[in-house]
Design a binder for this molecule. Structure first.
Ligand code: SF4
Length: 148
């Protein structure tokens, strides 16, 4: 979820990151207002793994989600963390299913952006309401349990 557009919509490059080297490794580096970044889902994310793990950018190296922090600090058991991840993934699957029912969205965009697009593509229906409430439930869970 850290790399596939669920938790984040972009990753900012940091001092020491080489945009040229990361581009050569397959990341699509963009620049806006002097800041280099790449969008999520990440082009290097393959089947739940990072294809450029040894060369990944600084933000990726430094990021640990809240669940990982809590497990490494002995504040929570690994099984509880896995339960939280499973809970989030169920909501992600539900959101994806609802989005796909409502509209064709760009798979290369973050989940929240695809959701926002799906909510505006046609007249409001019960499915729109269900998507909106499920996405809100997911965002609350991500904010409380995963994002720093
Ligand atoms: S470079 Fe690797 S760790 Fe960073 S977002 Fe992409 S897949 Fe994830």
């Amino acid at each position: 979820m850290c790399c596939n557009g669920v938790l984040f919509h972009s990753v900012l490059l940091q001092t020491g990151d080489s945009a040229r080297a990361l581009s050569a490794a397959g990341l699509k580096i963009k620049r806006k207002a002097g800041q280099e970044f790449f969008l999520q889902p990440c082009a290097a994310h393959r089947e739940c793994q990072c294809a450029i793990y040894d060369r990944r950018p600084a933000r990726c190296r430094l990021f640990n989600c809240r669940q990982l922090h809590r497990v490494t600090a002995d504040e929570t058991a690994e099984a509880s963390a896995l339960d939280k991840i499973a809970e989030a993934r169920i909501l992600v699957d539900r959101v994806n299913t609802l989005i796909n029912h409502l509209a064709e969205t760009n798979q290369n965009r973050a989940l929240a952006q695809r959701c926002a697009n799906a909510l505006t593509t046609s007249d409001w229906t019960l499915l729109h309401g269900e998507l909106q409430s499920t996405m809100q439930e997911l965002e609350t869970l991500l904010a409380l349990e995963f994002r720093p």
